[in-house]
Design a binder for this molecule. Structure first.
Ligand code: 1GP
Length: 239
């Protein structure tokens, strides 16, 4: 297994921070010392080189791993522990599957630290989210259709990560469960709409890694409570 895959394997809980949103030093400290396994830096709009460098250097005061989820070429900042590269599987627009990626390699190929990259097979499931609007994702999927996309990532493309992205809305447990049953090798990430311990527990039972974003900026106390909730939850096993 590649070193970057080994790095993310133990991640159960991750906070995702948006460089385009305000976060005080006290809040950042609470997040970084919360016991979460890692910080992902990323967002679907307003991410620039400057705000990404700024956030990275503030997180760097703490000992936990920090990953950049690259959504904009202009904001590909050096100095992260790893780089997560989304490929949106359920879009009819190849720009979001391989197009931006091809352009990035053409322009910056010689600078790319390949051994620090991990590809994420994204399945975007909330139609009312920036990422869905941006990528034109076909979010209207039955559980079996989402699971088939997950198997494209897992079995055909051998991607290290399948990411169920409900950004801004809590997902359908039945869909997540059906995807869980279908994914054998990829690490299954869930993100979207977690606002309480109970919601965190539900997704932690089904997924390898739970990503908590938005609630950080609305109710930090609730966000912090999700860490132990996830860590104390055993994953269900499906044979
Ligand atoms: C967003 O999956 C993450 O990319 C987390 O979603 O912001 O809704 O928590 P929320």
């Amino acid at each position: 297994m590649r070193a970057v895959q080994q790095m993310i394997k133990p991640w159960r809980h991750v906070f995702k921070l948006d460089p385009d949103r305000e976060l005080g030093d006290g809040e950042l400290e609470a997040l970084c010392l919360s016991g979460t396994d890692a910080i992902m830096v990323g967002g679907s709009s307003g991410v620039t080189y400057e705000n990404t460098v700024d956030l990275m250097s503030r997180i760097r005061r703490y000992a936990l791993p920090v990953a950049l989820e690259v959504s904009d070429l202009e904001a590909a900042v050096p100095g992260f522990d790893l780089y997560m590269i989304p490929m949106v599987l359920n879009t009819p627009d190849p720009t979001w599957i391989v197009g931006h990626h091809r352009r990035a390699i053409e322009r910056y190929g010689y600078l790319i630290p390949w051994d620090m990259l991990l590809t994420e097979g994204y399945i975007v499931l909330n139609d009312n989210s920036t990422v869905a609007r941006l990528t034109g994702a076909d979010t209207d999927l039955q559980a079996e259709e989402a699971a088939a996309y997950a198997q494209v990532a897992d079995k055909l493309m051998s991607l290290p990560v399948v990411y169920l992205e409900y950004s801004g809305r809590f997902g359908e447990v039945e869909t997540v469960r059906t995807v869980r049953e279908a994914v054998e090798h990829s690490q299954l990430f869930y993100g979207g709409g977690i606002t309480s311990e109970a919601e965190a527990v539900q997704m932690a039972a089904l997924c390898d890694t739970v990503v908590v974003g938005n609630i950080i900026y609305q109710d930090l106390e609730q966000a912090l409570l999700t860490v132990q909730a996830v860590k104390n939850t055993q994953q269900m096993h499906f044979e």
